[in-house]
Design a protein around this ligand. Structure first.
Ligand SMILES: Nc1ncnc2c1ncn2[C@@H]1O[C@H](COP(=O)(O)OP(=O)(O)OP(=O)(O)O)[C@@H](O)[C@H]1O
Ligand SMILES: Nc1nc2c(ncn2[C@@H]2O[C@H](COP(=O)(O)O)[C@@H](O)[C@H]2O)c(=O)[nH]1
Length: 208
């Protein structure tokens, strides 16, 4: 983890297997106003689920539009996941960070790896389920995926959980309240850490 020495906002990458509760935890952080952040709305070729709103949950696009976005370098990262494309529009992320706002990305582990190599100053948080049985229970209970899609998501999850060691922090989503508190503490301590490093450098320059 590097230190962001500019006045830019903090990039917060929340990743972890599908169904662990990333979206639920993010929504609760917004509801509680746990800390100020902007949410990066991803682009996807997946069809909207019931209740999902274009431009709020995702930008729902067809494959041609997605491939154009890739070709035009409009995406910070992208990945194909269980038959659909998902990617992070770059311009709004850059704009928000430049305005000094913290930006939260909620993306899969493959995308997080790409972001890590491009923006190592971010804070990378892996949300993990208490166990795989509970993960499956959550995906099944969500009621949005076919049996085949559930099997594919569980197969992916087994691979993804092994990548936890590449993250700055792991947070167990046992209860949503615990996960929110833990993420809030991580972001706050990250801001304190950055402020301390900047102060140390300022003092060093003064003393010279
Ligand atoms: N701590 C928790 N305890 C019990 N159920 C939870 C918890 N967190 C989330 N859930 C439930 O698990 C299901 C999956 O949650 P959610 O859709 O937020 O996961 P996700 O990680 O965002 O998934 P995806 O990456 O596929 O979008 C939902 O039905 C949600 O209500
Ligand atoms: N690499 C990216 N992964 C993303 C992005 N937006 C969401 N996701 C991840 O995809 C899977 C499936 O999501 P679902 O909404 O179909 O359940 C899940 O792990 C998401 O976190 C993105 O922009 N880039």
């Amino acid at each position: 983890m590097g230190v962001n020495m500019s006045n830019k906002g903090l990039l917060i990458v929340l990743s972890g297997p599908s169904g662990v509760g990333k979206g639920t935890v993010k929504t609760e952080m917004v509801r509680q106003q746990a800390f100020p952040f902007e949410y990066s709305v991803s682009m996807t070729t997946r069809k909207p689920r019931q209740g999902e709103v274009d431009g709020k949950d995702y930008f729902f696009v067809d494959e041609e539009r997605f491939k154009n976005a890739v070709a035009n370098k409009e995406l910070l990262e992208y990945n194909q996941y269980v038959g659909n494309y998902y990617g992070t529009p770059l311009a709004p992320v850059k704009e928000m960070l430049n305005m000094g706002k913290d930006v939260l990305l909620e993306i899969d582990v493959n995308g997080a790896k790409q972001v890590r190599s491009l923006m190592p100053d971010g804070v990378f948080i892996f949300l993990t389920p208490p166990d795989l049985h509970e993960l499956k229970h959550r995906i099944v209970n969500r009621g949005t995926d076919s049996d085949k899609a559930i099997d594919l998501r569980m197969q992916q999850a087994r691979q993804e959980i092994l990548m936890m060691q590449d993250y700055d922090y792991a947070v167990v989503n046992d209860t949503v309240a615990n996960a929110v508190d833990h993420i809030k503490a991580i972001v706050e301590s990250e801001h304190v850490r950055i402020a301390r490093v900047i102060d140390d450098y300022r003092n060093m320059v003064k003393e010279d």
